[in-house]
Design a binder for this molecule. Structure first.
Ligand code: V47
Length: 370
């Protein structure tokens, strides 16, 4: 509990919610919005720290992974996207299965534990096309964890393969899928979703796919795309829908807030939110999602020093070594145009903020303490 004799460090209007957080009680949507409205960013960091220590002590996790972005050809036209191209246009790519295997083979002598596969929704590829690629990866490197395909990609490839969600996810698991990344969630509020990614799978569908995945034994992550036209109410609504699903299934590992980056997309004039807003978002997510074990700062999107700061606002995971294998964020204007950090750099970043670096696998089993 918060000691009675120190009330002056907490503004009066925050004392009720601060006491609840300190006692491990769940905060309501109204309290979540009040936390977002607070200008007391230092207090938010302290309160998020209370929750992060309950889950993760002073540990900060990272993993060794690489990304494959099989195609940037996409049937959707999200207004925030700097990456997609219509089929046949200059700058578009669609790697063949052999080209994808060449990327996998280029990591043969590296101790990576995960491959993260996310790309555009290609009109011609169904779940069997991608499933065969998963089998080829597993045949070549049986020990690697395949975290692949956002719910939006899954929605299309399963429908195109003529299967139900249940059948499609079970089939992909048989092909070698181990877990599902958190992308495609964007913002669940239907009005805002229509404005920024009108033709994409609905919020209801995104949540359904993750629910069925969890029931199929495929754990997953969740994201939010924040810092564009949404308000605090929309962010809390998003967190609330995730918290409810997690109460039901327990299948989410990490929540990953993704800051909208403005370059080379139709929403450029929207600008980007401040560092204060980023830290607030991490802290409130950590406090509100009291059933998510991990909050991840995706460093290629956020930048290195902001990622380091985020560790004092509830973040306990900085994702992976990545090794310059993702283009989604460099194309949208992130500082790191060739994002790559080795384990000693990641470890120094974490230690530099006073935390203990822990190398994990995708499912948060400890690989090594650094
Ligand atoms: O869904 C696209 C986002 C996501 C922009 O699960 C943008 O471990 C900001 O989901 N500004 C895909 N964000 C990436 C993703 C992800 C990344 C890292 C780890 C995991 C995980 C998942 O990227 C999309 C969208 O929300 N995005 N464009 C942009 N301009």
């Amino acid at each position: 509990m918060i000691p009675e004799e120190l009330p002056e460090i907490i503004p009066e209007e925050m004392r009720g919610v601060a006491a609840k957080i300190s006692a491990g009680e769940r905060v309501t949507n109204e309290e979540g919005e009040a936390l977002f409205r607070s200008k007391d960013i230092a207090l938010l960091g302290i309160l998020a720290g209370v929750v992060r220590r309950r889950f993760n002590g002073d540990r900060v996790y990272f993993n060794r992974n690489f990304h494959i972005e099989p195609t940037n050809i996409c049937i959707h036209n999200c207004r925030f996207c700097s990456y997609r191209k219509p089929a046949g246009s200059p700058g578009s790519w669609d790697y063949t299965p052999d080209q994808i295997m060449d990327i996998v083979k280029s990591f043969d002598n590296k101790p990576v534990t995960e491959v993260h596969i996310v790309g555009g929704v290609h009109p011609a590829h169904d779940l069997h096309y991608y499933g065969k690629i998963l089998s080829m990866i597993k045949a070549h490197r049986p020990g690697i964890h395949i975290k692949a395909f956002t719910a939006v990609e899954l929605d299309y490839m399963i429908k195109k393969g003529g299967l139900t969600l249940e059948e499609g996810l079970a089939e992909l698991k048989k092909y070698g899928l181990d877990s599902i990344p958190g992308g495609g969630a964007e913002i669940f509020d239907e009005v805002i979703r229509r404005e920024i990614c009108d033709d994409k799978s609905s919020s209801e569908k995104w949540l359904k796919i993750h629910e069925v995945a969890h029931r199929t034994g495929l754990p997953s992550n969740a994201t939010i795309l924040y810092g564009h036209i949404e308000n605090y109410g929309h962010r809390i609504d998003h967190l609330d829908r995730l918290r409810r699903l997690q109460d039901k299934t327990g299948g989410f590992n990490a929540f990953i807030p993704l800051k909208f980056r403005k370059s080379n997309n139709p929403m450029e004039k929207q600008g980007e939110v401040s560092l204060i807003e980023d830290m607030k978002n991490y802290a409130v997510s950590r406090i509100f999602l009291d059933n998510f074990p991990h909050i991840k700062a995706y460093w290629p999107a956020l930048g290195r020093s902001s990622t380091q700061l985020s560790l004092s606002f509830g973040v306990d995971d900085v994702d992976g070594t990545i090794d310059d294998t993702t283009k989604i964020y460099s194309m949208a204007g992130a500082e790191d145009q060739r994002p790559a950090m080795d384990t000693s750099e990641i470890s120094a970043l974490i230690r530099g903020a006073g935390y203990t670096p822990v190398e994990r696998d995708t499912l948060y089993n400890v690989v090594r303490e650094w």
